[in-house]
Ligand binder design. Sequence first.
Ligand code: ZN
Length: 300
Amino acid sequence: MKDNLALIEAGGTKFVVGIGGFDRQIRFRTRIETTFPEETISRVTDWLLGHGPIAATGIACFGPLDLDPDSPTWGYITRTTKQHWSMTDVAGAFGKALGCPVALDTDVNGAALAEWRWGAGQGAQSSLYLTVGTGIGGGAVVGGRLLGGLSHPEMGHLRLPRHPADHDFGGICPFHGDCLEGLASGPAITARWGASLSELAPDHEGHEIIAWYLARAISTFQAVLEPSRIILGGGVLETPGLLDRVRREAIAASGGYFVGDPGEIVVSPKLQNDAGLLGALALIEQNLPGVRGDHGTSGG
Ligand code: ZN
């Protein structure tokens, strides 16, 4: 039997779904619109089952999620702002429909793990991944394991000092107003200046302000973890020149104190189109090691 793995990147607007194996080849893939939970999940499972029995499922899912193995609601999407999806038993629904074990974590943690395993974090003892797009999220891998506590990290909700020229904007986070996500995510940029960062003139103050916040986030990550790699991804980081600006600001913000030099440790992600599905694969590898072992002894 081939190692038929179901790989799912569950997003708020679409599910990217693939059939792949431990060789990292994605053999089939599709996209399914995110509507109501039951409808979306049954469309995804129908498509997957059309490719034969599934050995294991990896889901890199939008959050927040309940990831406490002792919780009766492990594997649920919890208090999401995505309509209809709060308290959806994602892991349970897929496990039941597909008849296989399920590895679930956030999309951000999946990407953090995949970047460490195969991408820009390869070989790093500690690797932190931050995505800056419609939201801001981060995950960290230390000694080969994803960091977590009561739940997955919520690095996008750091509280930072305000840039001296940015005191009039209240921020857009519905929970905190001016947390990192409330100040530096794509929608926060648009709310402030009416355009994305790459649409603003290169000498617009927005570039400096956003780099300043991201640099302070980096200093905070360094203070907590001293990661040997910090991977900055997401749509906002596609702004020309922003990564270099963040590096320069982070060097200034660190005061030369930390061991890691932001000029060297702050890098771009390496996994491009398949990052989400590879995240789901990395979650299977990490959380369901027996699947690979079972496969090896099942005769191939
Ligand atoms: Zn917040």
